[in-house]
Design a protein. Sequence first.
Length: 83
Amino acid sequence: MTDEQRRSHAMSQLRAARELYSETGDSVYLAVIDTHLHTIADVDERRRLALERRTALLEELRMREEHKRTTVKEEWGVVTKSE
């Protein structure tokens, strides 16, 4: 099951458990609600970490490309270094 499917399923189950809890007041549903909230939080955290990794990778690639361009320009004498 993908993260998106896990999150969607947990959201659906969370809504159902909240409705049952509000109707019955049975505290057993609190544990079910907590479990689904943890699943949703875990998926959200994985998304956040993946986005951070992606952003860092893109920044690294941009810096490498900029370094390559600067190096080529320096080799051709286009860029002068100030000392």
